[in-house]
Design a protein around this ligand. Sequence first.
Ligand SMILES: [Zn+2]
Length: 216
Amino acid sequence: MMASKVEKTHALQQCFSTESLISSLGLGIFCLVADRLLRFPIIHQNDWLRALSDNIVHGVIGMWSWAVVIGIKKKADFGEVLLAGFLASVIDIDHFFLARSLSLKAALTLPRRPFLHCSTVIPVAVMSVKLAMHLLRLRDAWCFLPWMLFISWASHHIRDGIRHGLWICPFGKTSPLPFWLYVITTLSLPHMCSFLMHLTGTRQMMSSKHGMRIDV
Ligand SMILES: [Zn+2]
């Protein structure tokens, strides 16, 4: 779908509003602070505490990113934000699947990286969700879901990438990502997605849905 120049300008204004820029700047600062906190010996030396806080940070980044995209205005928006956080955190469950055990020690000492950490999975999952929604005719009410999945999972992979690099199966993996690249990508991802959502009409469909919710 081609958007007119006016529409593109409007989309840009929406995606780079002062409000959203301040919010994503806060996200960048959170990334820096979280990284510092996780390096505290009391957290770093305890497997459970480290795994748990690491997973919480993934969740918060997912929530924050989605909040930048939609800009929380009503209580109802918070449900979406929570869902984004859940999606960003839940990926790490594959560690336990691969270990075939609930033991954290087993999950942390895997011979290879678990499958949800392969970045090729992201476009495949996003397209599958899109297709499933089309088949189930869920398109309008849940039109945000593929984008939410993309942002939540991409942010998780990028953050894991600082230590492990990106794993693009079957092609292999990159070297660990520089920290600055992680921060820049994380805070620009919601703006990029928001812009694309405007251009593809998803944003408009969402606001009409949200608008209906107010009327009820
Ligand atoms: Zn992970």
